[in-house]
Design a protein around this ligand. Sequence first.
Ligand SMILES: NC(=O)c1ccc[n+]([C@@H]2O[C@H](COP(=O)([O-])OP(=O)(O)OC[C@H]3O[C@@H](n4cnc5c(N)ncnc54)[C@H](OP(=O)(O)O)[C@@H]3O)[C@@H](O)[C@H]2O)c1
Length: 281
Amino acid sequence: MIVITGGNGHLARQAITHVRKIAPRERVIAAVRRPEAATDLDVEVRYADYNDPGSLDSAFAGADQLLLVSGTEFGRRITQHTAAVEAAVGAGVSHIVYTSAPRVDTSDLVFAPEHIGSEQVIQQSGVDYTFLRNNWYHENYAPAIREAVRTGLIVGNAGDGALASAARQDYAEAAAVALVQDGHRNKTYELAGDVSWTYAQLASTVADVTGYAVTYRDIEPAERRGRLAAAGAGQGEIEAISGIEENISQGALAHTDGSLSRLIGHPTEALADGVRRILAG
Ligand SMILES: NC(=O)c1ccc[n+]([C@@H]2O[C@H](COP(=O)([O-])OP(=O)(O)OC[C@H]3O[C@@H](n4cnc5c(N)ncnc54)[C@H](OP(=O)(O)O)[C@@H]3O)[C@@H](O)[C@H]2O)c1
């Protein structure tokens, strides 16, 4: 049986759909923090909260494979993922697929320490692993793309650094492949879109897709933080956004080697198609 955590989340829901194309319903379990929000899932649903180790033990009972979708509570994730790994070991899981972040072993990325710490916990457990080091989602830019249509402007402190985002759907498909196909155990994949882009290129892509004039204005990190605060963002969000953009300016998300398209067997969604899809949604 395959258990997928974060089962109500965007990535997990798409991964469940892809796994179900290959594996029968009886083989898939969605482990969710809020079962009441999962009634539309066409698989068995079990309660599992990363902060409640007992719930993980029950949710993983009988499982052979685990898709451990990284949690969302920054600063708590190593503890949470450790609880999940311990429950997986207790349940006799033989393979953990974990959603990590790009080049976490060498990167200055603000999220790297929690992901490398989590990868180490999984490796030290002795269970077979697959690390999916996912680059950014196109969808992370949905608010900026919509705002660009209104204002003609994309603002950030990413400089002319490139990032190789892909559609969340493509990463979800890769997770399903890593679970269901043979040959992916004890492998680490740096997953990214086929083509990297800069914020200036995002602006010109939005302009091409919509016909509106859109430009990118690069600003200093301090000004970026001030603007985010003025827009009502919390301190954690402000530090994460401006920190990531600083990482991008230094090239932390630029790497792409075609691993994602090879894994899923087709090209990743082009940025322009992602912009069209986001604006149509
Ligand atoms: N590569 C990227 O660009 C990128 C961007 C954003 C996030 N991420 C990472 O990738 C993961 C998947 O992305 P996503 O877009 O699917 O995120 P998402 O839609 O926010 O889904 C995250 C899921 O994790 C669940 N969760 C959070 N805390 C939990 C806990 N204590 N116990 C059990 N479940 C918990 C949430 O449950 P509820 O439904 O109950 O809230 C939610 O269903 C994220 O969690 C994050 O670690 C990556």
